[in-house]
Design a protein around this ligand. Structure first.
Ligand SMILES: NC(=O)c1ccc[n+]([C@@H]2O[C@H](COP(=O)([O-])OP(=O)(O)OC[C@H]3O[C@@H](n4cnc5c(N)ncnc54)[C@H](O)[C@@H]3O)[C@@H](O)[C@H]2O)c1
Length: 250
């Protein structure tokens, strides 16, 4: 077990990006329930305050932060205010459903800027401040294996999987474990940006006959973040009801 995690009375500190809603909010709640003080960061100033208040009202330890993960200076300034940093969850991402011939270079650039470069900035600034036994957990997507009408997003999530492997190797000597969770279709606002017709098609392709919930991803992150989980690094954990096993792609 990481030495600092075993000091009684000292909370582990976790950072979660994109924590205002959906999967990020569920992850923040899970880590707070597991005993972490959670820094809940999001671009959406209004929602992040409301979401953090909900956790605080439930007796959990959480602080909101308005943050754009693309802004290195802001990320660095936020991390400088923390007494310690044990867990960093890179969850913030953007998605758009777009047919291949209507995709533009700007679609690629804006998606990469958040999903890959923003993730890299947070991971690098976090790793500079982390001690042995710390965790970086990246939220990828099962769709990096293939999917229809979002090639730019798929490519960005492929980069998240590769970056996870590269960082796991580079940070192993510092004792930092780096893993990714690749969700299948999870019922959140991001998912509801897809048309009802497409959602009905996607449901037919679910081996389990149902979509996942934010808590399914939070459970996987809770496992990877736990101080008792050791010796796992550079892995992509698919939480997708078996979708990554093959069969028709959504
Ligand atoms: N919902 C799904 O079906 C699904 C499937 C596979 C992977 N994922 C991944 O799970 C993660 C969360 O997905 P979700 O469905 O909860 O998304 P969501 O769109 O509901 O929430 C994303 C949050 O990230 C924030 N955000 C966006 N850009 C940001 C930036 N530059 N800086 C800081 N915050 C920013 C948004 O304000 C929002 O609160 C993402 O990485 C997504 O790619 C989701």
């Amino acid at each position: 077990m990481a030495a600092e995690a075993s000091i009684p009375g000292i909370k582990r500190v976790a950072f979660v990006s994109g924590a205002a809603r959906g999967i990020g909010l569920a992850i923040a709640e899970r880590l707070a329930r597991d005993g972490c003080h959670v820094i809940m960061a999001d671009l959406n100033a209004q929602s992040i305050g409301v979401s953090a208040q909900k956790l605080q009202a439930a007796g959990l330890s959480a602080t909101p932060a308005v943050l754009d993960v693309r802004d290195r200076k802001a990320v660095s300034a936020l991390f400088d205010t923390l007494p310690r940093l044990d867990v960093a969850v890179n969850n913030a991402a953007i998605f758009s459903d777009k047919e291949f011939f209507s995709l533009t270079e700007d679609d690629f650039r804006s998606t990469y800027e958040v999903n890959v470069v923003g993730l890299f900035i947070v991971a690098q600034e976090a790793a500079r401040r982390m001690g042995e036994g710390s965790r970086i957990i990246n939220i990828g997507s099962r769709s990096y294996l293939g999917g229809r009408n979002h090639a730019h997003y798929i490519a960005s999530k492929g980069a998240v999987a590769s970056l996870t492997r590269g960082m796991a190797i580079d940070l192993a000597s510092k004792g930092i474990y780096v893993n990714a969770v690749a969700p299948g279709v999870i019922e959140t606002d991001m998912f509801h940006s897809v048309s009802p017709e497409r959602r009905a098609e996607m449901l037919k392709l679910q081996l389990t006959g149902k979509f996942g919930q934010p808590a399914d991803i939070a459970n996987a992150v809770g496992f990877l973040a736990a101080a008792t989980t050791e010796y796992i690094t550079g892995q992509v954990l698919h939480v997708d009801g078996g979708k990554s096993l093959g069969g028709p792609m959504s």
